[in-house]
Design a protein around this ligand. Structure first.
Ligand SMILES: Cc1ncc(COP(=O)(O)O)c(C=O)c1O
Length: 288
């Protein structure tokens, strides 16, 4: 069944707080015309941001890659303000930020004097009980572009893939490019084979996940062997555990993997995933 979501009661748009029904942007906004924008989602565990600097750094990197100018000076303050105005300072929540290149007469090339559109809002997030989730996942062809490292609002390939998964009764996709697993439609993928954790190396074919980075740090700290190496779909029979990670996905077990109506993987042994989940829960809830 599809997970229904609500609008927030208030958003911050270009310097003003307002109800979403009053928040409007130009039909010539380049995010509307071209998907010419960047977004970021930062988790707050009971009001405390987790890995905030990493999220800000990625936003800065992505805006830099597509040359959208943006003033970061009051962003952090605003993120706390949006949370408190939404009444979410003591709950689990996330802050959504979107910066587009703004409105300009339609041209493929970038306008000379962009006036970026800045949108931000907070929403409640379910960040508990992730250890209990068991996802049924669909293998899909990765037909996205060659700059998946840019967290662009142009997500049509991701949304088309995920729609197919959800409509088919699955929870997420695992995308495959040239025979190798890249990542999920909105998550990072990890495979455990003979005690070693594998994940796709950073680069243009995946988003550099903040949770991915944390999982690799945890592997290092816990003495779990890992390799930043892409895993072949054809080698799926060598896999004992698969898990997906993300800001709101956290660390979720993949129960089964399906392609062309066949189940090609069933979770066998979740020992390493469970250790990582335990450490993740400890770190995200530390100092609460
Ligand atoms: C395509 C894709 N990969 C990976 C991730 C996970 O990234 P993070 O851990 O920073 O949330 C996301 C998150 O939305 C995503 O959209």
């Amino acid at each position: 069944m599809k997970n229904k979501k609500n609008y927030p009661s208030e958003v911050y748009l270009n310097g003003n707080w307002m109800p979403p029904q009053e928040a409007t942007v130009s039909v010539f906004d380049r995010a509307f015309m071209f998907g010419d924008g960047i977004y970021e989602v930062t988790p707050f565990y009971r009001g405390k941001p987790f890995r905030l600097q990493d999220h800000l750094d990625r936003l800065k990197y992505c805006l830099g890659e597509i040359k959208i100018p943006f003033d970061f000076s009051i962003l952090e303050t605003l993120m706390f303000e949006v949370l408190s105005r939404a009444g979410l300072s003591d709950s689990d929540a996330a802050v959504y930020i979107q910066v587009s290149r703004g409105a300009a007469p339609r041209t493929h090339y970038f306008p000379d004097d962009p006036k970026p559109t800045f949108l931000m809002y907070a929403f409640p997030a379910q960040l508990e009980k992730f250890q209990e989730k068991r996802w049924k996942v669909l293998v899909s062809e990765d037909f996205r572009w060659q700059r998946c490292d840019i967290k662009s609002t142009a997500l049509l390939a991701n949304t088309m893939s995920n729609e197919e998964a959800i409509a088919g009764g699955f929870d997420e996709n695992l995308l495959v490019r040239d025979g190798y697993f890249t990542e999920g439609s909105h998550s990072t993928a990890f495979f455990v084979s003979d005690g070693t954790v594998y994940t796709h190396p950073e680069g243009p074919h995946i988003l550099s996940g903040i949770t991915r980075k944390l999982v690799l740090e945890m592997c290092r700290d816990l003495g779990v062997a890992y390799k930043e190496e892409a895993f072949l779909l054809n080698n799926i029979s060598e896999v004992q555990e698969i898990f997906l990670t993300g800001t709101t996905t956290q660390i979720t077990v993949v129960e089964s993997l399906h392609t062309e109506g066949k189940e090609i993987y069933t979770s066998q042994n979740g020992e390493i995933t469970a250790r990582l989940q335990e450490e993740f829960a400890r770190l995200t809830r530390a100092s609460q």
